[in-house]
Design a protein around this ligand. Structure first.
Ligand SMILES: Cc1cc2nc3c(=O)[nH]c(=O)nc-3n(C[C@H](O)[C@H](O)[C@H](O)COP(=O)(O)OP(=O)(O)OC[C@H]3O[C@@H](n4cnc5c(N)ncnc54)[C@H](O)[C@@H]3O)c2cc1C
Length: 451
């Protein structure tokens, strides 16, 4: 089937980037093509009464961000999580209070490791302070300039080269937080690794808002606002541009379709974009090829406790010697507004990067059992509270930079005529980058089509 009318824009991919681009163009003749039967991509949650099981992205950017604007426009209630963002369980002890600089003296570890952690901690804190200066927005500055400055910070060596070889306990402590980005300390540029601690430990400037009801409410609200402009089950195979516009080909239930538009937003992961956009400049194609994605195995646990739990004041807990490398308390954001502790809650745990690779061949049911056992080991007596466990695998979960990433930024972001790229792989703020690049693509298309 070939559509007769030329559309203003075709958006490929119904993740947050594609939906955000289409949302900004919703007054125009726009079509969203999503390959699967659901929108949201790597944003995925399922409601369970007052709580939700979270299976993908969970924390979002704060005031003044592109996410903030879109959350407000779709009527989402997205409070900042109040629980601790930096807590650790290591060698049988959980430390969830006090400054991170006190951790080396409170976590059980051999003296040599303690000394190494103090040294590495000081080095890291100094670098984070330097990064914070570099990452600070300059009034009136193009966000792309700020992004490049952040990517260029200590981009010539790996985090491992920056930190030096560390004793096992210290290495695992850093690794469990850094692999939240899906990359290992040996792969990530030092500056990105340093910046990652800034991103996930910083309540004001980082990613620290939860969406009440679960993040899928956000992508569902965007899709609902777009109505029948969103086509699910449409697998795009090619995006070709010529002097007058773009032609997009896709199949839907085995039937081939084609449509023309003045412009396209390609909001698919880098490895898909590389395959479906024809005629890409060589340097852009090579840059898309150079973006690795690391895996995650997520376990989302619905709990049925009747009263307060030791995790109530926690949001993020690093668990380097468990089957999962991180634990997040999805119920934390609900606790703030309570006068009496309501029953039930929801925890999300995951094994990321190498932690996920080690588990990859284990069956989901066995992973669920291991996650439950480790939860019980962390918080004795809680196994009986678990009502449901959902396991979600993301083989290509999150794109992560490698040393020299800043050199890819120009080929990834240069103008490509009527084809505009959007997605998290174009920067370092995950969902915020996805939304920001989508907003920018929509604005450029308005410039091209007028209005
Ligand atoms: C476990 C986990 C935890 C995370 N936590 C956070 C977090 O707390 N905060 C944060 O900001 N980010 C987080 N992220 C990252 C975040 O999920 C992503 O940055 C974001 O969702 C990416 O959005 P996107 O639209 O760029 O890509 P995607 O969500 O991947 O969307 C791309 C869409 O394109 C579709 N598609 C692919 N191929 C085709 C094709 N040929 N034709 C048509 N459609 C196609 C896909 O089905 C998908 O729906 C997390 C990710 C994971 C996996």
């Amino acid at each position: 089937m070939v559509t007769r009318d030329t559309l203003d824009a075709i958006v490929i991919g119904g993740g947050i980037a594609g939906l955000a681009a289409a949302w900004d163009l919703r007054d125009r003749n726009v079509l969203v093509l999503e390959a699967t039967d659901r929108v949201g991509g790597r944003i995925k949650s399922e409601p369970r009464g007052d709580v939700w099981l979270n299976l993908g992205a969970h924390v979002f950017s704060g005031a003044g961000s592109a996410s903030d604007r879109l959350l407000a426009e779709t009527g989402m209630h997205a409070p900042t999580v109040s629980g601790r963002l930096a807590a650790v369980s290591l060698n049988g002890k959980l430390v969830a209070s006090g400054g991170v600089e006190t951790f080396p003296f409170r976590l059980p570890m051999p003296l040599m490791s303690r000394v190494a952690l103090v040294r590495a901690g000081i080095k890291l804190r100094l670098a984070v302070a330097q990064y914070a200066k570099i990452a600070a927005p300059v009034p009136g500055e193009d966000p792309a300039v700020r992004q490049l400055r952040m990517l260029q910070f200590m981009d010539d060596r790996s985090f491992r080269e920056f930190s030096g070889t560390l004793p096992e306990d210290v290495d695992l402590l850093f690794r469990s937080t850094l692999t939240r980005s899906s990359g290992e300390p040996e792969q990530l540029p030092a500056g990105y690794g340093v910046g990652y601690f800034h991103l996930v430990w910083n309540r004001t400037a980082g990613l620290s808002r939860n969406i009440l009801g679960g993040p899928t409410r956000f992508t569902d609200a965007l899709a609902a606002g777009l109505g029948d402009r969103v086509h699910r089950g449409a697998v795009v195979s090619s995006v070709r541009q010529d002097a007058n516009g773009v032609t997009v080909s896709w199949t839907d239930a085995g039937v081939a379709h084609e449509a023309r538009a003045a412009a396209a937003v390609v909001a698919t992961p880098a490895y898909v974009t590389r395959e479906i956009v024809t005629g890409l400049p060589d340097d852009t194609a090579a840059a898309l090829n150079a973006i690795p994605y690391g895996p995650y195995i997520v376990g989302s646990l619905l709990t049925g406790e009747q009263g307060a739990k030791p995790w109530d004041d926690l949001y993020a807990l690093a668990t380097p010697k468990r089957s999962f490398s991180m634990l997040f308390n999805m119920g934390n954001v609900l606790r703030g507004g309570e006068t009496t502790r309501r029953p039930g809650g929801s925890l999300m745990v995951y094994a990321a990067a190498g932690f996920a690779r080690r588990l990859w061949d284990v069956a989901d049911a066995d992973i669920a059992s291991r996650f439950r056992e480790d939860l019980a080991a962390l918080f004795p007596g809680t196994d009986t509270e678990v009502r449901e466990v959902v396991v979600q695998r993301w083989e290509r979960g999150v794109p992560h930079p490698i040393v020299g990433r800043s050199k890819l930024q120009a080929p990834l972001t240069k103008p490509l005529g009527r084809v505009h790229l959007a997605g998290d792989y174009l920067g370092s703020w995950h969902t915020e980058t996805a939304i920001r690049t989508a907003t920018s693509a929509a604005a450029q298309i308005r410039g091209q089509i007028g209005g």
